[in-house]
Design a protein around this ligand. Structure first.
Ligand code: C2E
Ligand code: MG
Ligand code: MG
Ligand code: MG
Length: 290
């Protein structure tokens, strides 16, 4: 165990160090194996995108969806992003994975804009590492969209608050440039980071996604409700649209609608689905009543 390892390391000098590094080597080996697997996954098309509908409260329409990454591991089955994204970020592999995601979504959008709605929009999750590549790397995405005759606002980039906190002028500039060419930007998991929302005065996103931890207890806890209401009022005044994440009950959906939330997403409407399941779902649910 770790304590014994530390003790050994402290009290038996150099020999103890061998003991200590054995445990660390296991972890390193596992990570190394996973990194190899991730490279294979990319080359062999083991990644898949699932899509979760985003419902417009006002029109009751579904013309937005969030793309969520899944890894179909040949031995281990489906692996969820929380178990591999951070390694992909640390190793830089997220850049290639992210480009793959965009290519898939562009293909999907060309279908769905004709099949479902001409303004259908898909949002993707992006990592800070991808912004270190600078505007010109990301502008490749809009170039690809133009080649497919898609307007840039068909794609929304979800970013984390951490990216905005990295007070790098270049990041804010890159995001603004992306918006100027028409992409939309959403701040994901709003309210969960170690951040103040001071950055909102320098940078204006198109959407703010209220994290599911706030939505969870909204019908039971008046404080949670007060926070959601305050977030919505603030966003409205800043001209930012609000999406609530993690809605699991009708009561939550109705309450959020009542306090002026613009969009809703969560298991109550649908879980993330494969492309085929999403198409089947949407062909049945033209309008969602809240
Ligand atoms: P996120 O972007 O905040 O996505 C929402 C997560 O909550 C998803 O988990 C979704 O399946 C789950 N969820 C949706 N509705 C409900 C609900 O009603 N209740 C509950 N309990 N959960 C709900 P998922 O798919 O496992 O993704 C986890 C995180 O991984 C995402 O959080 C996102 O930050 C990251 N991620 C997913 N795909 C990508 C990707 O392509 N690139 C990057 N960089 N990150 C990704
Ligand atoms: Mg997201
Ligand atoms: Mg989120
Ligand atoms: Mg999240």
């Amino acid at each position: 165990n770790a304590d014994q390892a530390m003790y050994g390391a402290k009290h038996s000098g150099r020999n103890g160090c061998h003991f200590f590094t054995a445990a660390m080597r296991d972890v390193a080996e596992q990570r190394y194996q996973m990194l190899q697997d991730l490279r294979v996954a990319l080359a062999q098309q083991q990644f898949m995108l699932y899509y979760q509908p985003i419902v417009c409260m006002k029109s009751q329409q579904i013309i937005k969806a969030e793309a969520l990454l899944r890894w179909q591991h040949p031995d281990k089955g489906i692996i969820y992003p929380n178990d591999f994204i951070s390694l992909a970020e640390e190793t830089g592999l997220i850049v290639d994975i992210g480009n793959w995601v965009v290519e898939q979504v562009i293909e999907q959008l060309t279908d769905w804009q004709t099949q479902i709605h001409p303004e259908f929009q898909v949002s993707i999750n992006t990592s800070p590492v991808q912004y270190r590549q600078g505007y010109h790397h990301l502008a490749q995405w809009t170039k690809k969209m133009r080649m497919k005759c898609l307007s840039s606002n068909a794609l929304c980039l979800e970013i984390t608050e951490n990216l905005l906190m990295s007070d790098k002028i270049e990041v804010h500039q890159t995001l603004t440039q992306l918006q100027e060419v028409g992409l939309e930007i959403a701040i994901d998991d709003f309210g969960t980071g170690y951040s103040s929302f001071g950055y909102l005065k320098q940078y204006s996103a198109d959407y703010l996604k209220i994290d599911q931890s706030f939505v969870n207890k909204i019908t039971q806890d008046p404080k949670e409700l007060a926070l959601c209401e305050a977030i919505i009022v603030m966003a409205k005044k800043l001209g930012i649209k609000v999406i609530a994440e993690g809605i699991e009950t009708l009561a939550q959906a109705q309450l959020l609608n009542k306090i002026g939330c613009d969009y809703a997403q969560g298991y109550y409407f649908a879980k993330p689905m494969t492309k085929d399941d999403f198409e089947a779902y949407i062909s049945q649910k033209l309008l969602i009543e809240v």
